[in-house]
Design a protein around this ligand. Structure first.
Ligand SMILES: [Fe+2]
Length: 242
């Protein structure tokens, strides 16, 4: 199973100013590269919209994905609206009380897709996580927009971290094995090992942030994607810049 993850597209409405970055051009360039990579699934892990969510942004994204015939799944980020995203991307069958979380199984891999759009989660989603992890056999991976531990990205850790760290750690800590967690949101390429979690932060399709700065500072404008290969007994992953 070969998955490609992209994140934090931050696509604006037509003619919306996006800090002089050609976000729509970036997305096209990315899709072209991804198509060449011969993948089974593309996962878009949130922040599809630049600032505020709009149906026409999601619809434009859907048209491009269909054009390239790329099979995809998406989860929302803090600049998305779960219901609007799900409806526009034809994923509304996966909505649960307005949240877009679900489970997929591939061979001996169980994969949870979580909805952290508002920086926290409903109790129902926490129950879903605990139940799914308790029942999982084989190996587990998780896609979630927000990193689930502090990552040494000072500006993001201090201002825009997931708001219920203790609650999510509690849910994850009940799992006996290692959780491979794939996220975005922080606009960096980083790996955090914390408790039973390997947290892989994937760079953005927009701009990368200087992890050492306490205020917002662009590090660079190269865009990247993550490749995730699920083998029977291991996971192979790396970031590629395009
Ligand atoms: Fe975000």
């Amino acid at each position: 199973m070969k998955i490609i993850q992209i994140t934090d597209l931050h696509i604006g409405q037509e003619n919306e100013e996006t800090m002089k970055v050609d976000v729509r051009g970036n997305f096209h360039h990315m899709l072209k590269k991804i198509k060449e990579a011969d993948l089974d699934l593309l996962v878009i892990s949130g922040d599809l919209c630049f600032d505020r969510p709009h149906a026409d942004i999601y619809q434009w994204i859907k048209i491009q994905l269909d054009k390239y015939e790329i099979p995809f799944l998406a989860i929302p980020g803090n600049h998305d609206e779960s219901k609007l995203l799900a409806k526009s991307l034809k994923m509304d069958g996966l909505l649960k009380n307005g949240e877009l979380y679900f489970l997929k199984k591939w061979g001996n891999w169980t994969c949870l897709f979580l909805d952290s759009a508002i920086g926290k989660m409903s109790n129902k989603q926490y129950l879903f996580i605990e139940k799914s992890l308790a029942e999982a056999t084989g190996h587990c991976l998780i896609f979630i927009h927000h990193p689930t531990a502090k990552a040494g990205v000072h500006f993001m850790d201090n201002k825009y971290a997931f708001q219920e760290m203790e609650k999510i750690q509690n849910a994850f800590s009940k799992y006996k094995g290692t959780l491979n967690i794939f996220c975005g949101h922080f606009h960096v390429d980083k790996i955090v090992q914390f408790q039973n979690q390997n947290i892989f932060i994937t760079p953005s399709c927009y701009v990368q942030i200087d992890a050492n700065s306490t205020s917002f500072k662009v590090d660079h404008y190269r865009i990247g994607y993550r490749e995730i290969k699920l083998l029977e007994d291991r996971i192979l992953t790396g970031v590629f810049y395009v």
